[in-house]
Design a protein around this ligand. Structure first.
Ligand SMILES: [Zn+2]
Ligand SMILES: [Zn+2]
Ligand SMILES: [Zn+2]
Length: 263
């Protein structure tokens, strides 16, 4: 399984408009963060988690050439406003794309992008999406996915576990029952907005404490704002934890068995 970070920034991206701080003016590529999307390639399937506003640019830069499914964590603007860009995959593949999300997220998507869910056969000028409501563990083309309910302030958000990999963005607390589904991880990706407290996101300290409690073999911190300088953060973290950056790619073992062959 290959994981690629398409975007690792918080809701306004980095640099943010009109800021001349050290991070916003940094020439380092690791300090330039688009909004959060993630690309998972597993056993020949290509899955994107969230469609950030820069999805088109992310796909052009980091290379998903096909798309089999989209998973959504929640319906905040920074996670959904690139949704229309799945259109190009529908056109080249001549397929509708299955979309997996909780009911409240689907309701927002189906309102904002109603044309994508009410498509007519044969019209490839619009994106075509097929809604699948997440109500428990599910399979994406034979790949087992465990949804992980976490809290973003008071708002429930879905993280995802595929084999030994878990992705949890936009999170300020993890319920005990969800922590039980996070045992024996190879890689955990976790929200870590900034150094200071924030009411709806883990900060660096709470994210690191959560990693230490859950004990994945490796962890990456994401959804970072312009207060976080990549190299400074990297130097302050234990060896098995690293800040994510746009374009970062890593490998983790596939699920042990899949119920259907790759499409
Ligand atoms: Zn977000
Ligand atoms: Zn700044
Ligand atoms: Zn959010």
């Amino acid at each position: 399984m290959q994981i690629t970070f398409l975007g690792t920034g918080t809701s306004q991206g980095v640099p943010i408009i009109g800021c001349r701080c050290e991070v916003c003016t940094s020439p380092a590529a690791e300090n330039k963060r688009n909004r959060p999307s993630l690309w998972v390639e597993v056993a020949g399937r290509s899955i994107i988690i969230d469609t950030a506003p820069e999805l088109r640019l992310q796909v052009l830069r980091y290379g998903p050439t096909k798309l089999d499914a989209v998973l959504f964590t929640h319906a905040h603007a920074d996670h959904i406003f690139g949704f229309d860009d799945i259109r190009r995959f529908c056109q080249t593949q001549r397929t509708a794309i299955p979309v997996y999300a909780a009911r409240d997220t689907l309701t927002v998507l189906q309102s904002l992008f109603s044309y994508a869910f009410n498509f007519r056969d044969g019209d490839w000028s619009i994106p075509k999406a097929i809604a699948h409501e997440i109500t428990g563990p599910f399979e994406v083309l034979g790949v087992p996915v465990t949804p992980l309910t976490v809290y973003h302030g008071y708002m429930p958000v879905i993280g995802f576990r595929i084999a030994g990999f878990a992705y949890i963005t936009d999170c300020s607390s993890i319920p005990t029952e969800t922590e039980a589904a996070l045992e024996d991880l190879d890689v955990l990706v976790l929200d870590a907005l900034r150094y200071r407290f924030h009411p709806t996101h883990f900060n660096i300290d709470t994210a690191v404490a959560t990693v230490e409690r859950l004990q994945p073999r490796r962890a990456f911190l994401t959804h970072l704002c312009h207060e976080v300088e990549h190299h400074t953060l990297q130097q302050s973290l234990p060896e098995h934890i690293a800040p994510a950056y746009d374009g970062l790619r890593f490998f983790t073992p596939d699920p042990p068995r899949l119920s259907s062959p790759a499409p």
